[in-house]
Ligand binder design. Structure first.
Ligand code: UD1
Length: 417
């Protein structure tokens, strides 16, 4: 197990950049399976989750080469249609392979995916959509066995705009004979990136970014090179790191539109924000002000920024109220923040945060990816030394977090025990 040791109280000042998006890379890596050829991906973050996707690709028979942020996937000779259970349990996104394998081979076997424990996270919407596409879904001792003679294009009305289910339907529908329409589709930027990637590969998809997506099947796909979009949650995390320490940073390689709801909240909290094409400058005030947040599907405030923003609000003047509307168990990290002196009360899906002037260095444990990042932020501003244990969660989703923060003047290092 690894931990971060953080000496708190250093203002973050300087310039840094955003890496490629984790949540865009994962479905795009799975999508490479659809083409009987070679996919070259650039700007893929070098993190545990993308490594796990590579392991799954290899287990299916793909040849994969990785060099820093470039990943080359050769999917010509896929030999297996079953995703190994141990890899399924490593991460939620493994489920996206189901749509891609089904799309190409009309059969796939997998099990229930793992991932951060932030709620029940069922996959009923994915499986219902597969059935609507004419796929037989059979469950046997924890295994989900899917097959069909032919995927039948149809109209699918999602009960909830699930990101993963939207992606799975898109992937399963690319090589069909006809048009599938997703109504109440997720509108997240990562869905747009997936559409752009698939269209570059020869697919015919329109509407991503809105709540209706149309996928018209094509017969063939072609080899493609693609540059993954910047990570909007990493962008938010770095901006919040500056905000919580009273710092001033310039963040490069950002898609500013993707982080609009966060920028609005940071402005409301008193930060001065300046925007250029793909660059954001943030200058924090002496003390942040309390703000209220409700997480919503995109374009609302992202649930993935909830814990990170909460860390900032722990030291703000006044009382903030957060309502978590997406996942029902996403406040585990608050118990750890309380050990550092934060005043947080949880009532159902609401967190009430009474701002305090100081947090204190302490020994805390990451409970999930974003909750772990929120503890790092708290450590950056806390008086004294903070030890964040279980940082494997954080390493799943952030590329070189420690190095980026240290370059901005933080004092954080990793220890392995
Ligand atoms: C994706 C993101 C994750 C983000 C989330 C919401 C990736 C790899 N992960 O996760 O970082 O927090 O979107 O923006 O892109 N649900 C069901 N049944 C289903 C599917 C989902 O009830 O079949 C529920 C979930 O339990 C959750 C809500 O729908 O309460 C949203 O889930 P979903 O949008 O599917 O999130 P993920 O794709 O898992």
């Amino acid at each position: 197990m690894s931990s971060y040791i953080i000496e708190g109280g250093k203002k973050l000042v300087g310039e840094t950049f955003v890496s490629g998006s984790k949540n865009a890379s994962l479905p795009i890596m799975a999508a490479s399976v659809l083409n009987k050829g070679v996919t070259k991906l650039y700007n893929v973050p070098n993190i545990h989750d993308t490594q796990m996707m590579i392991e799954i690709l290899k287990s299916l028979g793909c040849k994969v080469k990785k060099n820093q942020n470039k990943v080359v996937i050769d999917s010509k000779n896929i030999t297996k249609f079953e995703i190994p259970e141990n890899l399924m349990h490593q991460m939620r996104s493994s489920v996206i392979f189901a749509g891609a394998i089904l799309g190409r081979y009309k059969k796939a076997t997998f099990s229930y995916p793992g991932g951060c424990d932030i709620g029940a996270r069922p996959i009923d919407l994915h499986l219902k959509a597969f059935e609507k596409l004419g796929i037989t879904v059979h469950q046997n001792f924890g295994k989900i066995i899917c097959n069909t003679e032919e995927i039948i294009p149809t109209e699918i009305n999602l009960d909830f705009p699930s990101v993963g289910a939207t992606e799975n339907i898109m992937l399963a529908s690319v090589l069909t004979k006809g048009t599938t329409t997703i109504i109440n589709a997720a509108m997240e930027p990562e869905i747009v990136d997936l559409q752009n990637f698939l269209n570059r590969m020869g697919a015919k998809i329109e509407g991503a970014g809105s709540n209706v997506i149309k996928i018209t099947g094509v017969i063939n796909l072609k080899d493609v090179s693609y540059n993954i979009m910047p990570d909007r949650i990493e962008a938010g995390t770095l901006l919040c790191s500056a905000a919580i320490t009273g710092g001033e940073i310039t963040l490069k390689k950002v898609n500013v539109n993707h982080i609009a709801p966060l920028l609005e909240k940071l402005t409301e909290a008193g930060c001065k924000i300046q925007i250029k094409t793909d660059e954001v400058k943030l200058k924090a005030q002496k003390r942040l002000k309390a703000v209220n947040i409700k997480t919503m599907p995109y374009p609302g405030f992202p649930t993935d920024m909830q814990a990170i923003m909460a860390a900032c609000l722990c030291i703000a003047s006044g009382t903030s109220v957060i309502v978590e509307n997406i996942f029902e168990n996403r406040y585990k990290y608050t118990g750890e923040l309380s050990k550092m002196g934060a005043k947080i009360n949880i009532e159902g899906k609401t967190a009430i945060i009474k701002g305090t002037r100081k947090l204190y260095g302490s020994k805390v444990k990451a409970t999930d990816l974003r909750g772990g990042a929120s503890l790092v932020l708290a450590g950056l501003v806390a008086k004294g030394t903070t030890k964040v244990e279980n940082i494997e969660y954080i390493l799943r989703g952030y590329e070189n977090l420690e190095e980026k923060l240290n370059n901005l003047g933080a004092e954080i290092y990793m220890i392995k025990e």
